[in-house]
Design a protein around this ligand. Structure first.
Ligand code: PGA
Length: 251
């Protein structure tokens, strides 16, 4: 089965609304002619509305970087799926390792967040990945298996292919130390196998991205691996020229 390549920009805590506007105006003409790649940009919450308005009618989709699993309530600082869909946000990153590490995001919370996103009509990009000591201890397979099983436990098999998964080895995030194409392929094939174990159809259809120090000069080789369907890009996505180059590498 052929899966449409998928490139997402994770800006993390970067760019004001004015900077976001400037970026999207610079990006759109660079990617306007590319119609065979799904292109996603994930700005901070405050820039979402402006980005959605500016990207409307283009091939660029705007996603959030996090959400709460509940519908409403006393959760200071949090945002619901419904608040995102109200302003036409189309998806959300869930379980990024920085949220797991610094904000205590747990697999239990993710088991609720992923179905909450799907239920609201948001496409979740679920992030999983091992840290350096887990890789050194040969625990990569166990960590990925545990995260995938737990985080997708409440998603029915028939909806699994609506989730996008990002394999992001923590040791490769923001370090300049990219996984080798073989390491990315191996881990992503493992994840695809886990999904296939639940539904052969979903395993063939689900998009699985690599993330961790993806740059214009290494993107093509990573994405050309048979199971690697695209990239979740942090640092290099902050420059519209570099991000467009990565999108072109996937086209
Ligand atoms: P990086 O971040 O590209 O800066 O390594 C990737 C991510 O955290 O999604």
């Amino acid at each position: 089965m052929s899966r449409t390549p998928y490139i997402a920009a994770n800006w993390k805590m970067n760019k004001t609304v004015a900077e976001a506007e400037e970026y999207i105006q610079a990006l759109l003409p660079k990617v306007g002619a590319i119609d065979d790649v799904e292109i996603v940009v994930c700005p901070p919450f405050l820039a979402l509305q402006a980005m959605v308005d500016s990207a409307r009618g283009s091939s660029v989709q705007i996603y959030a970087q996090n959400m709460h699993e509940g519908d409403e309530g006393a959760f200071t600082g949090e945002v619901t799926a419904g608040m995102l869909t109200e302003i036409d946000v189309q998806g959300v990153i869930l379980g990024h390792s920085e949220r797991r590490q610094y904000f205590n995001e747990t697999d239990e919370a993710l088991a609720r967040k992923v179905p909450a996103a799907l239920g609201a009509g948001l496409e979740p990009i679920l992030c999983v990945g091992e840290n350096e000591s887990q890789r050194d201890a040969d625990e990569t397979e166990a960590v990925l298996t545990r995260q995938i099983q737990a985080d997708l436990a409440e998603v029915p098999d028939a909806r699994l292919s609506e989730v996008v998964i990002a394999y992001e080895p923590i040791w490769a995030i923001g370090t300049g130390r990219t996984a080798t194409p073989d390491q990315a392929q191996e881990a992503i094939a493992l994840i695809r196998g886990l999904i296939e174990g639940r539904s052969a159809e979903a395993g063939a259809a689900i998009r699985i991205l690599y993330g961790g120090s993806v740059k214009p000069d290494n993107a093509a080789e990573l994405i050309s691996q048979p199971d690697v369907d695209g990239a979740l890009v942090g640092g290099a996505s902050l420059d519209p020229g570099d991000f467009a180059a990565i999108v072109r590498a996937a086209a």
